[in-house]
Write a protein that binds this ligand. Sequence first.
Ligand SMILES: [Zn+2]
Length: 154
Amino acid sequence: MTPNPTTTPPSNGDGEALTQADEELLAAAREVLPRAVCTQSGFPVGAAVRTERGKVFAGVNVESASYGLTQCAERAAVAAAVAATGERKIEAVAVVTKTADPVAPCGACRQVLAEFGADMRVVMAGKEGEPWVTTMGVLLPHPFLLLPDEDPLS
Ligand SMILES: [Zn+2]
């Protein structure tokens, strides 16, 4: 059985209008979607992030035979951005799936994404219908964040 995560966009109208920048981020996520390694779940996910300086990095989910080691597309995209630029601020993330409706990031990804932008724009799209545009503030209100002056590495 193929899992079918569902995250129905709220009907209360929190969705924001899609911009050209959103479309470009969705296109970057769609481009990598076929490369997802989802042999366990059969549920490919493509993601792309745009850093504060406007650079775009993509990621796909990479699953493992040891299920708990699976890497989500969103966190893969964040890791690619950090490795390439060292930037710690991400303005927006796009998440693309093959489902009819958009699917929102899992809880683990919401935590990691919030640490790179608690007010980050989040754009999600399935195969059909309108993308859902919202913010991390909606998906993960009151995130757990270390204060900027409490960098554990310093
Ligand atoms: Zn995730």
